[in-house]
Design a protein around this ligand. Sequence first.
Ligand code: TRP
Length: 437
Amino acid sequence: MDQREKWQSSFGFVLAAAGSAVGLGNLWGFAYRSSQGGGLAFLLLYVLVVLIVCLPVLVGEMVLGRSTASSPFIAPVKAAGDSWKPLGWLFAIASCGILSFYAVIMGWTADTFFHSLFIGLPIDMNQAGDFFEKISSGKSVFIGQILSLALTALVVAGGVRGGIERLTRWCMPLLFALLLILAIWASTLSGAWDGYTSFLFRWEPSQLLDKTTIRNAFTQAFFSLSLGIGIMVAYSSYLSKNNKLPKEALTVASFDTAVGLLAGMITFPIVMSFGLKDAVGASTIGSLFIALPTGFANLGVFGRLLAALFFGLAFIAAITSSISLLEVPVSSLMEQFGWRRHKAVWMATLIVFVIGIPSAISLDFLGSMDSIFNVLLILGGLLISILLGWVVPRKYDEDLAGCNSNQRVRRYLKFMLRWVSPPVIAFGLIISIIDLI
Ligand code: TRP
């Protein structure tokens, strides 16, 4: 058997993990979920869920990967025996399912990028509707989906170091720089303050108890951190013993939250300044593809350039995430059947493409996939916290002690993983299911 690959450096691992976390979920999800009425209450709940519930689970996923040095499909069995086989299946199915519709949205992003540069953007809401119709149906949606999957497959086929780490190493700094530039520009728009206060920072205490706001906070936290479906298991299985996982998990989570906020600070000023509030009022996945291009187009050629920057950076963010999604089935196929990386990559890509066809054809189907798989993430998170908090708690201790991480931090994480994460995630899961139905 080949020697298991390793990351070249811990910084490379952190960047790849942050790259997985930062994606369309931050640029779209964050903005559209906070605009669904939650405002500051959503933000607050979201940060709480990340700090109290998600961090210990994130570290848990990392421990599971590193201590077993196995793919997500096998890791639960190696850690706790055959009765945990279904968790491996959950990881494999959920990652393929999410990637299947994620690639469709990546396709829309790429298409909008090309329109900004070469064709032109809609200048009012009527045109915007037609524009979205065009990019999200017919032939163009398949071209976008196939292109996105093919690029993802190419990077993953390059391997952990030669593909994933190499791409994220230059993409992540670039992404952050572009975001900063755009956020500063957006803050100079006339409606900027209005934009922040009417979406992001609007304070309505009653929203703290609203079912949809709670579900949004949970799904956003899990989706955005790429938690609950074995991504971090896969990435951490290529780690060495001395990475300080708690610190790295905190870096990833902070970076991810910062990017979500920055993205909101770009989108909302644009929405307010160009009178596009109604377009995001009844927020759906598509609304920002309708509102944003229109906003940018109002600024003429300069606006098209900015739009190209924004959608270009969104695509970069998306591809550093989609590769992490593909790595889950790929590493699992390689380990389960002893396949070479290339064979596993093309097989997994083909499966994901086929599952994605209904999402490419129907927006409603895509929306349902999004809702259903988001619930599966939360379920995955619950099972991981039970596995590492209760079934094999010593793995968590031993692994973290092995990397010499701070003892107080370790105790805190362990306590949260056992006593806080499981009940709170279970609560979030129940509320989400009720709200969904
Ligand atoms: N976190 C990414 C985003 O914010 C998407 C993503 C990548 C993801 N891997 C994941 C979501 C695993 C859920 C689970 O866009």
